[in-house]
Each structure stands twice: as structure tokens, then as C-alpha cells.
Design a protein around this ligand. Structure first.
Ligand code: MN
Length: 761
């Protein structure tokens, strides 16, 4: 067949395209034109991964089922505008193609280069690699779930050493973990380090993973292929297509989406866009996460190049054990700042301001003031390197500043005044305020806020959950107990606690046992939780907490708080130390809550559990209400009911009409024994059984009084029922909520429990 040509122009370059209709992927009838279109469409994502790198390509000129060609040396017909690089190998010199722009990418796609394999170093950093790769390569018999599990184990393992791993599908069977590093060491240093690291990991799971390449030694295991971290080896690029059935692409994915991926060739030319649309580019900013080699971090410090201001920082730290950043030479000043929450021996905030190549730092125990004229103590600490702006992690026990550190704010400074003894500035995330830091003596400073208008405490509204039947299984959820009590906000401020109910009513007076501000390690906060009264098994008794709500008189409240003490389970924090934190992920807000709360008698941290089904089973066996499933990444949405929070009840609930009651016996001879329940089906009344539990004596008396006022009627149903002779039938004026285990074969409620009377409108 004669070749057909067209010419196209891309960014000023003429590219000659041939045989665009040729089918390269027969099963999906994907043509070369579609492949070229794909590469032009993702050029902004793939180019940063391949530019300035020697490329090995695999060409499939007649489609994936015909002969393929590995090509390293650039072809003779390569246009002269394409970049290339001559690299000397032991036996020969190869002139590799370099793909730096859209036109080059298009030219390669036209050659049916279905796989682009770049080297691990950029020419400008030759010979130092800027990332290392763990290729998880499973034995054929292994399920993909095992590969995902290995990746999920490697992630925290690598993070412990101060690295930030990224993951992509391979487009085949395995997964690729990419770890960005500073291009400061050659392949010998990097591959030695990677080998030692992988060895440590494998020795912890020697039944599952191996570093041995021979097939026989890998049986039933995953090979952690670290051998590509070598100067001459390559790995398929992120976003490259693969020469495999279905036109799969090697797609960067988010860690929290990994669980939902069914196979490593799930994403292909046709569906990758849907992933990008929904979740965005997973490796955004990955170069900024480059770390120094953990075993060489100290050696990398070029002390003579560093600002002498950082000497104190260097002296205090041992970089082979702390994940904190090694100082590097700072680039131009960008007026950045950050505030970190630091759970060290004393919880405090660290304020860091970029200034002349370093971060001026203060430890502020109570956080930045948020009210006019308030002065807070700040302890000046050693200047930190600029890279500390991004530091979040755990400083190991025994190291300087041991404890966990989170970034809670990062933005730009607008300077007003900078002298050795005074700094005045505005911060981009604290609009409407200026801050003034001034030295009092030695390392002691004071920070004061001047507000354009006075601070107003916000009135929060609860985020609500949708009801769900099934427990969502994905790993983006965590699970908590659904506490059956009174939903509240605990507002801590000015050394006082205020308790607000769901409707915004102040119910502080009802619960004196919850007035303990010393349960919190912060000065101010808004916490979401549920007040419960527990029985001896630790299960909440709803009627007890309700009677606490209805008790009046200081003395009665005090005495009941001794006999039936309430406990507040806190599960969320939406504000701490004057700062709204609702926009942070559920995961992070809960970490902060856990950190600032001294969990004990009156206030308890409501734990989360990784296994929803196991938690549900435990809750059900205790006869408790149910569980909550919360999306780990979701923000707190004030006053909104949405699927980011799901409630899964162990018992169902229903609203029923009350059509009669039975005269009580024994203890209950002065009140009723049970209520007859019904549902209305148009005009027809359907009998649903009777409910006799869920009342205490006070409630029985109150309800009996109410029902004895209702007009008596003749039996409104045909069904034969128990205790008919002791029954008083009443007009269906009242409705109540009940909970029940299931339905009986007669369509009545099994094990019904009275919850509450529904207030008449
Ligand atoms: Mn600190």
C-alpha cells in the first residue's frame, strides 16, 4: 500500500504525518491518528516527565500484534530541529532522541512509538538521577489487590525516611512507585541506598515480597524491581501508552483512589480523561517534594554556601534520623510564611517568616492572637531553612523538637516594618488584621494583632449525614460509632465552655460535668460531638440523656449529674485558636482534635476504625444505634447534609400513629403497659403491633396523662390482637418514633422500642 502523507504545523514546526488511518490497536480499532491526538492532548502532562531526558522508544509501525522495534539511536530521518544527546556507554556511543516540545511528541507518535521510556536523569543534571523507582512486579498468579497492598505498605515505609512516593498504573500488571529526589547524587549512591531500603522492607515481609529476579524464586510473590535505578535503564513514562491490547496508558493516580482501581491496565486512551476530569492530575507539584537521600543528607549540606544564620539549625539536628529538611541555598525572596502546629513536649504553633534567605521563627504557645489588642508570648527560635515551609511529619523521639508537626497555614507576607527588634506585617490568610512582633528581652517576644474590625465568634451549624443501607467499603472512608444522644457544639473561649444544641439553643446549664476547660490544650475552639449517658456496658441510654435535658433547677441538675453523669464524645473540630479549619480534610481535623483534647472522663475522643463491617457487628451485638462512615478527604460543610458522611443504622426506625394503649399491670398499674401502633394507608388503618419498652416511669406518667385526654373510639381495626380486653382505643392524634430490629411475617415490628413522641405541629 502506498504511503499517504499530510503536513501539519505545531508551534511553528512542520511535522510530516503518514498513514493516519492505520489501525495500531486492532481490538479497539484505534488508529494512529487517535494516538497522535492522545499525545497532543496530554502534552502538558507528559512533557515535564520526558523533556531533557534521553529516550528509548518502542515502535509498533504495523500495530501491536506485529513486529516491534526497540530504538535507542535516533533514526537517520530525524528532522534536525529535534534535540538529541550522545551518551557514551561501555561498548558504544548512542545518539538518543530528546522530546522537549509538542512537535517532537507528535513526530514520535507518528513513528508509532507507543512506548516512551525516559532515563531517570535530565541532561542538565547528568549523571545524577532526580527520582528512584520501585516497580512492583507480581507473579502471574497474584491478584492485583496484593499489588495495591504492597504499594500501600511501601508508602508509609518510604515516608518514614522523609520521602514522598507517587504511584502510577503500569498499564500492565504491576504498579510503579516514583520517589522524587534532589539530583545531587550519582547512580551508585542512589542505587546502593535504594537496594538497602528495599532490603529492609522485604525483610519485614519475606513471605510476600522478594528482590530475586529468577522466576522460580518469585513464585507467589511480588518482585520489587529496583534494578532499573541504573544509569542505562529506563521505565515507561507517566502518560505513555503501552503496546498492549486495549491501548492502556501508564496513568499517575492519587493514593486515595488506588483502592478503587481494579487492574493496572484499567486506564486507556479512551477513559483516562474521565479520571483527570474527576480527580485532577495526581502528581501535581511532584518535583517540589524532592528529598535528599536519607543516608547522605548530612553530607549534602554545603556549609560554606549556607547562610551563617542556619548554623544553629544544623547543630541541633541529626539528619540521618529526622525527616526535617536539610538546608539548601535559598533562591530569591518570595515573602512566604507558614504556621505549623507542633505537638512537641508542649503543644505550640510555629510562625515562620521568609526573610533574607531564611525563615525567621517563633514558637507561639497560644497561637496568633485573633482579638484586638491581645498580646501573646512568642519565643524566638533558630532560623530555619526555606524548605521548612513545606515540612509536615513526625520528628522522632529523642530528636530536637520530637513530636508531630502539621502545616496549618501557608501564604504570603505583606511587610509593614522590619527591624532587628520589631517586625510588622499582614498575612494573606488573615485578612483584616496586622501583626506586630516586638522583642522584650533575650529570646522573648510579644505578638499583637490590630484588627480592622472586632472579632466575632461564628455561629456554627452542624454537618449532617445521609442515611445509607450498606457500609461503603472503599479505603477513602473511616468509621466511627454513631452515638445516640444529643448532638452539640462545644464552644471553648475565654476560659469558658458553651454547649449549643443542634437548634442553636444554649444547654450549658444542663451539664455541669462538662464545664472543664482544662480538658483542652488550646485556648479557643469549636468542637462537634454528641452528649450521651452511658449504661454499665458503655452503651448510650437515650432516655437518660433526654431526662438530663428536661431537668430544671440547679440542685436537681447537680444531683443528676452525679447519679447519671453525661459524657461528651467529640468527633470533629471546626475551629481552633481563632482559625476556621473546616476546609481541611476530615482526617486532618480529627488528627488535630485528637492532639488538642485530653481525652478522659467528661470529654472523650470518638475513635475511628478502619474496618466498617467489624465495627458494625460489634455495635449490633451491643444493641447500639449504628455506625458513621466519613470520607477521609472531605471538608466540614456547615449546615449541609451530604454523602461525605453516611449513617448506617443497626436498627431501623419508623414514625407510627398511636391508636390505643393497654392498662398496665404490677409496677405500671397506674399507667399504661404498651402502646398500639398503626400506619395510615389512605383511609385505612394498618395495625403494626405494640411497643412496651423505651419508657422510664417519668415518661410513662407524662405520656399516660397525654393519652388519657385523647378521645376514646371503638376498635378501629379488624385484626385480632393480644390483650384486647385491657385495651383503650384512642383517636390517632399522636405519632411517635420507634426503632425496631426487622419486620415479622405479619408485617408488624419486631422488637420495637419507643424513641420519642413526635411533637404536634
Ligand atoms: Mn516548634
Amino acid at each position: 500500500m502506498a504511503k499517504t502523507y499530510v503536513h501539519t504545523e505545531i508551534d511553528g514546526r512542520k511535522v510530516k504525518l503518514s498513514n493516519l488511518e492505520k489501525v495500531l490497536y486492532p481490538s479497539k480499532e484505534i488508529t494512529k491518528a487517535q494516538v497522535i491526538q492522545y499525545y497532543l492532548g496530554i502534552s502538558q502532562y507528559i512533557l515535564p516527565h520526558i523533556e531533557d531526558r534521553a529516550l528509548t522508544v518502542i515502535r509498533y509501525p504495523d500495530g501491536i500484534h506485529k513486529q516491534k522495534f526497540y530504538s535507542k539511536d535516533k533514526p537517520d530521518w530525524t528532522p534536525d530541529w529535534l534535540n538529541s544527546i550522545k551518551i557514551e556507554h561501555d561498548d558504544k556511543t548512542i545518539d538518543y532522541v530528546i522530546c522537549d516540545d509538542k512537535a517532537s511528541l507528535c513526530w514520535l507518535a507518528n513513528l508509532a512509538c507507543l512506548e516512551l521510556h525516559p532515563m531517570q536523569y535530565q541532561v542538565k543534571h547528568q549523571p545524577n538521577p532526580d527520582h528512584f523507582i520501585f516497580d512492583l512486579d507480581p507473579d502471574e498468579a497474584l491478584h492485583f489487590d496484593r499489588v495495591k497492598e504492597a504499594a500501600m505498605r511501601l508508602k508509609p515505609f518510604l515516608e518514614k525516611y522523609g520521602y514522598h512516593p507517587f504511584v502510577k498504573t503500569s498499564g500492565g500488571k504491576g504498579l510503579h512507585l516514583y520517589v522524587p529526589i534532589e539530583p545531587a547524587w550519582d547512580f551508585t549512591a542512589v542505587s546502593d541506598m535504594v537496594k538497602a531500603l528495599a532490603g529492609t522492607f522485604v525483610s519485614q515481609h519475606s513471605d510476600l515480597y522478594t528482590l530475586q529476579i529468577p522466576k522460580a524464586k518469585r513464585k507467589g510473590k511480588i518482585l520489587i524491581d529496583i534494578y532499573r535505578n541504573h544509569s542505562t535503564n529506563t521505565t515507561v513514562a507517566p502518560f505513555s501508552t503501552r503496546g498492549k491490547t486495549g491501548a492502556p496508558v501508564s496513568l499517575p493516580v492519587h493514593w486515595d483512589q488506588l483502592e478503587s482501581i481494579a487492574s493496572s491496565d484499567q486506564y486507556n486512551i479512551n477513559n483516562y480523561q474521565a479520571y483527570l476530569d474527576e480527580y485532577g492530575y495526581a502528581w501535581d507539584g511532584w518535583r517540589e517534594k524532592a528529598a535528599g537521600l536519607h543516608n547522605q543528607r548530612m553530607e549534602s549540606v554545603q556549609t560554606e554556601e549556607l547562610s551563617p544564620k542556619l548554623e544553629a539549625y544544623l547543630e541541633k539536628r541529626n539528619f540521618s534520623s529526622t525527616p526535617e529538611p536539610v538546608p539548601t541555598l535559598a533562591k530569591k525572596n518570595q515573602n512566604r510564611y507558614c504556621i505549623q502546629l507542633h505537638d512537641a513536649s508542649n503543644l505550640h504553633y510555629d510562625l515562620r517568616l521568609e526573610h533574607e534567605g531564611v525563615l525567621l521563627s517563633w514558637a507561639i504557645p497560644k497561637g496568633l492572637p485573633y482579638e484586638n489588642g491581645v498580646k501573646r508570648l512568642g519565643i524566638r527560635t533558630e532560623d530555619h531553612p526555606i524548605k521548612y515551609l513545606d515540612f509536615e511529619g513526625v520528628i522522632p523521639k529523642g530528636e530536637y523538637g520530637a513530636g508531630r508537626m502539621w502545616i496549618c497555614e501557608k501564604g504570603k507576607i505583606e511587610w509593614i516594618e522590619q527591624t532587628e527588634k520589631k517586625y510588622s506585617f499582614r498575612l494573606s490568610h488573615r485578612k483584616g488584621a496586622s501583626f506586630h512582633l516586638f522583642r522584650t528581652k533575650n529570646s522573648q517576644w510579644l505578638i499583637e494583632a490590630k484588627l480592622d474590625k472586632p472579632y466575632v465568634q461564628m455561629q456554627p451549624k452542624h454537618m449532617l449525614a445521609e442515611a445509607a443501607k450498606d457500609i461503603p467499603k472503599a479505603d477513602q472512608y473511616s468509621y466511627e460509632v454513631k452515638w445516640d444522644g444529643i448532638r452539640v457544639f462545644i464552644i471553648l473561649r475565654d476560659d469558658q465552655i458553651k454547649i449549643l444544641s443542634k437548634s442553636g439553643r444554649d444547654i450549658t446549664a444542663q451539664f455541669p460535668e462538662l464545664w472543664h476547660t482544662d480538658r483542652f490544650k488550646v485556648e479557643q475552639g469549636v468542637f462537634d460531638g454528641e452528649i450521651v449517658v452511658l449504661d454499665s456496658r458503655g452503651a448510650p441510654v437515650f432516655s437518660d440523656v433526654i431526662s438530663r435535658m428536661h431537668t430544671t433547677g440547679e440542685r436537681a441538675i447537680q444531683s443528676l449529674s452525679q447519679r447519671k453523669p453525661a459524657v461528651c464524645y467529640l468527633f470533629d473540630a471546626v475551629q481552633i485558636d481563632g482559625k476556621d479549619i473546616a476546609h481541611f480534610s476530615n482526617e486532618k481535623r480529627r488528627e488535630w482534635l485528637d492532639c488538642v483534647l485530653k481525652s478522659g472522663e467528661s470529654y472523650r475522643y470518638s475513635d475511628s476504625f478502619p474496618d466498617g463491617a467489624a465495627l458494625f457487628a460489634a455495635i449490633e451485638s451491643k444493641g447500639m444505634e449504628g455506625i458513621m462512615a466519613k470520607q477521609k478527604k472531605a471538608a466540614y460543610q456547615y449546615g449541609t447534609r451530604c454523602r461525605h458522611w453516611l449513617k448506617i443504622k443497626s436498627r431501623s426506625s419508623a414514625d407510627c400513629y398511636i391508636i390505643g394503649y393497654t392498662q398496665g399491670k404490677g409496677d405500671r398499674s397506674a399507667v399504661f403497659g404498651a402502646l398500639h401502633l398503626a400506619q395510615m394507608d389512605g383511609d385505612e388503618i394498618r395495625y403494626m403491633g405494640k411497643v412496651g419498652t423505651g419508657f422510664d416511669m417519668a415518661k410513662l406518667k407524662r405520656l399516660y396523662e397525654t393519652f388519657s385526654q385523647v378521645e376514646k373510639i371503638v376498635k378501629p381495626i379488624k385484626d385480632k390482637i393480644e390483650e384486647e380486653r385491657r385495651t383503650v382505643w384512642i383517636k390517632p392524634e399522636y405519632q411517635c418514633e420507634i426503632s425496631y430490629a426487622s419486620m415479622t411475617s405479619n408485617d408488624t415490628y419486631r422488637e420495637p422500642v419507643f424513641v420519642k413522641l413526635i411533637e404536634k405541629l
